[in-house]
Ligand binder design. Structure first.
Ligand code: BV8
Length: 258
């Protein structure tokens, strides 16, 4: 028995079929069907007793670098065990279709898992950084980290032999990378369609991007498992798993676009 495909509002299909520049913002929900817990899911296993927001801060790292680096290394390991899902691949397919026709597509993500890149998306704007590279807090040396877990915690820097490593993510209370902000503002200022996907719309400044685009005249849509604080503001929404809704939306838009 196949899952009943969600009903996709015509305005979303027609807008994606005609978009000169589609800007997409994704959150943890797009990776949920890959098996990665979202931020607001009760964290699984040994992390069930921690609230992610309390671990994703410079203060937590300062107070307990061992615990925080173990948590991020655990997430690197989890990411290595899972793969992008049909929701990620649908965005890659749409991006290719847009580019072939000389149209624009910008992918802004709050996710740090690298799954959009693994699915073949180009130019992904990682608003909140990535857990796939770490840096020494003392000498700044960059370290790619995707394979085996670290041998010790907090991991030491093998460039200066003195500092410890932190993940290249943006913690609560930290500024977003300047280039990411610049690219987000350019896309918000020029897109004609904006779609928020798999995000609870609670974390700033990303949560305000859709309405900022809409206030300039862009259409603003939501694809999310359930209603969020953004739902009241969007022009249309699909509340269903993105791994099912996105492939259907992209197939209909490409078919409609001819
Ligand atoms: C900053 C990296 C300047 C680390 C993350 C007003 C303006 C500016 C800032 C603030 C402000 N008010 C408060 C702030 C401070 C703060 C903030 O927003 N706090 C919140 C909690 C109120 N913002 C910041 O600190 C930002 N920095 O603005 O600098 C500044 C600083 C201080 C004060 C003023 C200004 C930095 C924010 C970045 C934090 N780092 N990640 C890491 O990953 O460990 S945020 C992290 O949490 C994620 O990256 C993500 O962004 C966020 C979680 O959000 P979601 O992705 O939406 O995930 P969530 O679980 O919440 O929701 C998942 C959704 O998916 C759900 O709706 C669910 O229904 C849906 N879903 C589930 N399954 C599916 C699905 N949908 C579709 N299909 C499915 N199958």
């Amino acid at each position: 028995m196949t899952d009943a495909l969600p009903n996709i509002p015509d305005i979303m299909v027609e807008s994606l079929a005609r978009a000169e520049h589609l800007c997409v913002l994704t959150g943890a929900g797009i990776s949920a069907e890959s098996g990665l817990p979202t931020f607001r899911d009760k964290m699984t296993g040994l992390w069930a007793k921690y609230d992610p927001v309390s671990l994703a801060t410079p203060e937590a790292f300062e107070r307990d670098p061992d615990l925080v680096t173990r948590w991020y290394d655990f997430r690197v390991g989890e990411g290595g065990k899972h793969r992008p899902n049909p929701g990620h691949h649908a965005l890659t397919r749409y991006e290719q279709w847009q580019r072939v026709r000389g149209k624009r597509f910008t992918l802004l993500t709050q996710n740090v898992d690298g799954f959009h890149q693994d699915a073949g998306s180009h130019d992904v704007v990682e608003l909140h950084g990535t857990i796939r590279t770490w840096r020494c807090v003392r000498c700044g040396a960059a370290h790619r980290h995707e394979g085996e877990p670290f041998a010790t915690y907090p991991p030491g820097c093998n460039a200066c032999d003195e500092g410890i490593l932190r993940p290249n993510v943006v913690w609560f209370g930290e500024m977003l990378p300047e280039l990411a902000i610049e690219r987000a503002h350019e896309a918000i200022g020029s897109c004609d369609v904006f779609v928020s996907i798999g995000t609870s719309g609670l974390v700033q400044p990303a949560a305000s991007f859709g309405e900022a685009a809409q206030s300039r005249g862009a259409l603003f849509f939501e694809v999310n498992l359930e209603a969020t604080p953004l739902t009241a503001h969007v022009d249309a929404a699909v509340h269903a798993p993105s791994g099912i809704a996105l492939p259907k939306l992209v197939d209909l838009a490409i078919h409609h676009g001819g």
